[in-house]
Structure formats: C-alpha cells, structure tokens
Design a protein around this ligand. Structure first.
Ligand SMILES: Cc1ncc(COP(=O)(O)O)c(C=O)c1O
Ligand SMILES: Nc1ccccc1C(=O)C[C@H](N)C(=O)O
Length: 620
C-alpha cells in the first residue's frame, strides 16, 4: 500500500538505500507513460472502471549510494512523487514483498498518479540491475463510485457457486445474469493484465462466419492450454534485437539490455517464480520433449530390480514416446519396464489413492515416477505433493511434465522436493509457438545428478571461452545446457514473464478458481442432462469437480456430435480445441480471460448446441 504512513517509513530508510533513480530514468519513464497513456486512450476497457498502464524500465543499481538527492531529481508531473520513491527504495531492499497495490483511500483520491507495482532484480553473473514496472492508474475516486477491489474480500472462503449467489443477491439479479459477470470483472484485481495481450478479433479467425456474429468483437479465446496469446511487448523486444543484429551484429552477444549470450539467464528468476522454484533450479532451453529426454537420461538409471517408469496410460503422446524410447535405449523392454496407470473402469480420471497405491505396491521396482502436473486431455491436476512424497518413500525419483500446469496451477516444485520437471512455455506462459522450454532439477541434486550429455553451454561462463576442452560443469540444471539459446525465443518469453511478474501465481490461481468455477456453474445450470427433456442436448464435464484437482481447463463431452459443436463454436468466434476421441477443452486463462468472456462463451455454446442438435449423434 502506498500511503502517507508508508512514505514516512520509507523516508526513514533513505540513508541506507542501495539504489538510485537517475533523472534520465525518470524522464524516460515519463515519456513511456505518456505514450502509453495516449495509446491507451483510444482503447476503452469496457469492463473495468479503473485502468492501468504499465511500463518497464531499467534502473541502474549502485551499492550504498546516498539517495537523499533522489527527490531533487527533476520530477515529471504525476509520475513519481518523493514518497513513491521512498516506498520504491524500501521495496527494493525487501525483495520478497515486491508488489504493493495502490488502493489506499489517499491514493485513490489522487486521481492520476503512478506507483511502482513490481520490481524484479536480475542477478546474473554479469548483470546487476533492477527491472521496475511503473503503473499509472487512472480511476475515478471511490467517492465517485469506482468499484473497490477489496469488496471481493467478503467472498473469500465461499465456494464459487456461493459467490455467484451472493453477488447476484446483492445486485438483485439472477446468478446467471450477465450483470454478475460484469460485476466480477469490475472487481477483478487482475483484469488490467488482459491489456498486455493481443486478443484476436473474430473477423480475423479463419473459421468465423460473419453472418452469425459481429466480426469486430474480440474472439472468445479459451485455448491458452494449447497456444497462449501474444504479449504486446513481444514485438517490441523482437524488434529491438533485430535492430541490434542489423546495426551491431556480433556485438549483440554481449551488448545492450539483453545480451544474447546470457539473455535467458535474465528471465530465469521470473520463470522460477511461476513454477515455485529457485532461480538456480531452472534452465530455459530447448523444447519440452528434448528437456524430458535430457532429464530422463540423467535420472533414469535402471538396475536389475529397479527398472520401471510409472506414468499415466494416457500421457501426452510425446511423453509416452520419450519414456518408451528411454527404456529401449537402456536395452530394456517397454512391455516390462513401462508401468502404465489407467483410471478405474467407467471413470475418466485417476484417483489419487490409486496412484499412491501403485507406488506403494510397485515402488521397489520403480526407478522413476513420471506424471503430468495437469493432464492435457481431462484437465486433472494431480496431487503432486502426495505423489512426490509417496515416490520418495519408496526410493524413486519423481518428475513432472508441467506443460499444462506451468502458468496455470500454483506449482511448488522446490518446496515439494520434486526431483525434476520440464514444461513448455507456449501454452499458459504465452511465449509463442515452439517457445523456449523450461527444465527444473532440485537443488539437492546439484552436485550429484550429472547430465548424460554435455555441451559448451553447461560449462561455467567464467572459463567457457578459454576453449581448453576441460569441462568445468555448472552445478545442477545449469550443467544440462547444451547450446546457446535463440534470442528470438527469449524476447516473447520475457514479454510474457514480465506480465506474470506483475502479479503472483497465488493471485492468478485465486482468480482462476472463480473463473473456472463460473464456467462450470453456468454450464451445469444450462446444459445438464434433464431426464424430463430427453431431446435436450447436454454437456458432461469429465474434469474433476473438485477445484483442487483441476487447473483452469474444463474438458467437455456432449450428447450431440462433438465435431459439429466444435465447428459451430468456431463459426461464432470461439477458439477452443477438440481432442480426439471426444472432448472439447475449454481453458479460461486467468491472466487474460474475463468473466464476461465466460458468460459470452456459455451463451454461444447454447447457439452451437442448438445448431448441432439437428444433425446429432452421440459422441460418447
Ligand atoms: C503434456 C505435454 N507434453 C509434451 C508436449 C510436447 O511438447 P513439445 O512439442 O514442446 O516438445 C505437449 C504439447 O505439445 C504437452 O501438452
Ligand atoms: N504445439 C502444438 C503444435 C500444433 C498443434 C498442437 C500443439 C500443442 O501444443 C498441443 C498441446 N500440447 C495439447 O495439449 O494438445
């Protein structure tokens, strides 16, 4: 909170400050803010009464610099007040709580103002700088009726359904009314993050039928589980590097704000925050399947008695093939060494008790337990804590493919003691198709688990260029790096991770529970099976109904032909995806989807079901 009280306490710490904003930094920030303000002025955000524009800039850091002079820097109007600077400085010293939200009565009354929302310190070998986001909030004061985000706190502890009932009661409308969605959007503290992404217009999506829907509307994008949206800063960062390449060529390796030779190191802390890891436990490199292979090569060391890999029977095909081929590579037979776990007959998802039971019974012969964090088909979020604990009790390594969990669920890879994990970044982490993937190795293995394959990028940077062919392997996951990373993949990933860094996975998850709960609530309300109306098309949700056992995705089956439903949705501007044999996956991503999106989707689903039911034939 930025308040006069904070300003006072910030002033107390001025003498011991360790960083400095230069006048140029402030002027640069002012220029960026002004430009964003002008650009933003033409885009109205219909659902949010308060508007927030954010920009990042770099602040040089110097140790033990006296900062009294800071407030004497030329202060652009409405940008950073001295009290803000003091708070900012204080925050810089206390990096664990790097977010503060401008919600105090004092600041709301101020109208236009700016504050530091998020600071991230990059601590790579050669860089010492702080990335600071400024947010300019434009809001009417609460006296004029701006919804107070704190209002949502009264709903804490309620189930999503109870929340919708309460909200509708307070608004005097039905829980299914669009007014509820509007209200939830207005009180969504994260709604401003949507503005950091390009949302395609319906007219631009190839399957849209403009005789059915207004093409100028934003599409209903629910397929962040396959490919996330483009962060707006991606283009700028890419252009910066293309420009640098054009102008300075080879010097780009070491120069500029994003030196190519270690650019990915600068964003690994941000990625580590998203997956609940320490910075040194995360490497950004390769693609997901490549990383899975590299990790299995290091962790899967079968012996005569302990040679199995436990995984889901319906794991994502690439994972299945990776495991199968790793087993073969060791001269073993997948029939013997691949332990596949299926749901009980008639059930769609695995029961935690059954997973734990298999680990308990078969654990002595299992070398590696390899699950997904969130199952791509059913949307089931596995109990990673229980699986990890059970695997460890039996002496197995435990790894997770977090492709559908990273940026979706609140992961705690480090705290859970997961041995290794990998994930891609193009789904919920919005880095663009084929984006740079992530790999995690727990720090306790940093000196014991070595990569089976080595490359020069796993060599300590300090001596890497001595070229003496004597490997000085970096500890832990850092030693798994093989090649220098493609800067053109780092740029969009940085753009997205900076959006994540404006909030926390905890806050995103909190919104997600409500958002997906809203989708479930409306689907059940409108499209449940009704024995009294056997002709009515209905929807069945195969994703676990327990919110703790799912991320944001719901997987839907239909009483009518699923492909027809899918096509009718696409014609109406919905981007979702169909997975063989019989589900439609709908994934409201809390970072950019709104409650109004969900409401529009459920309405559109009604139209699609109606259009499909004429030619219906059961999909299940
Ligand atoms: C769970 C899961 N594993 C593996 C993959 C394969 O990823 P990649 O093609 O990036 O290696 C995907 C997505 O394509 C996935 O969803
Ligand atoms: N990268 C892709 C390229 C083409 C088609 C699909 C993908 C996916 O990522 C699919 C995703 N893994 C899924 O869960 O279905």
């Amino acid at each position: 909170m930025l308040s006069d009280r904070n300003a006072a306490s910030g002033a107390e710490s001025a003498d011991s400050s360790d960083f400095k904003l230069t006048p140029e930094d402030l002027l640069r920030a002012a220029a960026v803010e002004k430009r964003q303000e002008e650009e933003g002025g033409s885009q109205s955000c219909p659902l949010s009464a308060s508007r927030c524009h954010t920009s990042s800039f770099t602040v040089r850091t110097t140790s033990r610099e006296h900062t009294r002079g800071m407030s004497a820097a030329p202060m652009p109007p409405n940008i950073l007040r001295p009290s803000c600077l003091c708070s900012l400085k204080k925050r810089f010293m206390d990096l664990k709580s790097a977010i503060f939200t401008p919600e105090s009565e004092t600041t709301r009354r101020m109208g236009t103002w700016a504050a530091v929302r998020r600071m991230v310190v990059f601590r790579s070998k050669s860089i010492s700088r702080a990335e600071i986001s400024l947010s300019v909030w434009r809001g009417r004061s609460s006296v004029e009726g701006t919804p107070d985000p704190a209002v949502m706190e009264q709903f804490e502890g309620l189930t999503p359904a109870e929340t919708f009932q309460r909200v509708s009661a307070s608004l005097g409308c039905d829980p299914t009314s669009v007014k509820v969605a509007t209200y939830l959007d207005e009180h969504d503290k994260l709604s401003h993050l949507r503005e950091d992404f390009h949302l395609p217009k319906i007219a631009d999506l190839p399957p849209s039928d403009l005789s059915l829907v207004d093409g100028s509307q934003e599409c209903l994008y629910f397929v962040g589980n396959s490919l996330g949206l483009q962060p707006k800063m991606a283009r700028k960062y890419l252009e910066e590097e293309l420009e640098k390449w054009a102008k300075t060529a080879i010097h780009g390796h070491t120069q500029g704000s994003r030196p190519w030779a270690w650019a990915e190191n600068n964003i690994e802390k941000l990625m580590a925050d998203v997956v609940g890891a320490k910075e040194e436990e995360v490497a950004l490199m390769n693609g997901l399947t490549v990383n899975l292979h590299l990790l299995l090569l290091a962790f899967y060391k079968p012996t005569a008695t302990r040679h199995k890999i436990l995984l889901e029977d319906k794991a994502f095909p690439s994972d299945h093939y990776a495991v199968e081929s790793q087993i073969r590579l060791k001269g073993l037979d997948p029939q013997e060494s691949m332990l596949l776990l299926s749901p009980r007959a008639g059930e769609e998802t695995l029961r935690t008790e059954d997973i734990l039971d298999v680990i308990q019974k078969e654990g002595d012969s299992i070398a590696v337990v390899m699950f997904s964090g969130v199952q791509y088909y059913t949307g089931q979020l596995f109990n990673m804590a229980a699986i990890t604990e059970a695997g460890h009790k039996k002496g197995c390594f435990v790894g997770f493919d977090c492709a559908h969990a990273a940026g979706n669920a609140e992961l705690k890879l480090h705290d859970l003691g997961v041995d290794f994990a990998c994930w891609c970044s193009y789904k919920y982490i919005n880095s663009g198709a084929g984006g740079l993937a992530g790999a995690f190795v727990h720090e306790r293995h940093k000196d014991t688990v070595k990569p089976a394959l080595m490359g020069w990028w796993g060599h300590d940077l300090k001596t890497r260029f001595k070229m003496n062919n004597v490997m000085d392997l970096l500890p832990g996951v850092n030693g798994f790096r093989l090649s220098n990373q493609p800067i053109l993949l780092v740029c969009p990933l940085q753009a997205s991770l900076e959006v994540f860094s404006k909030t926390t996975m905890k806050a995103l998850r909190q919104k997600s529970l409500l958002l997906t709960g809203y989708l479930e609530f409306l689907i059940c309300h409108y499209y449940s099976k009704d024995p009294a109306r056997p002709q009515k098309p209905y929807v069945r949700i195969i994703t676990p109904r327990d919110p703790e056992q799912r991320g944001c995705q719901l997987s839907l089956c239909f009483s009518v032909h699923i492909r027809k439903v899918f096509e009718e949705l696409e014609r109406r501007g919905v981007a979702a995806d169909m997975r063989e044999p019989s589900v439609l996956r709908v994934a409201p991503a809390p970072i950019y989807n709104s409650f109004t999106d969900v409401h529009r989707f459920v309405e559109t689903l009604g139209d699609a079901l109606k259009a499909s039911s004429s030619s219906s034939s059961s999909s299940k």
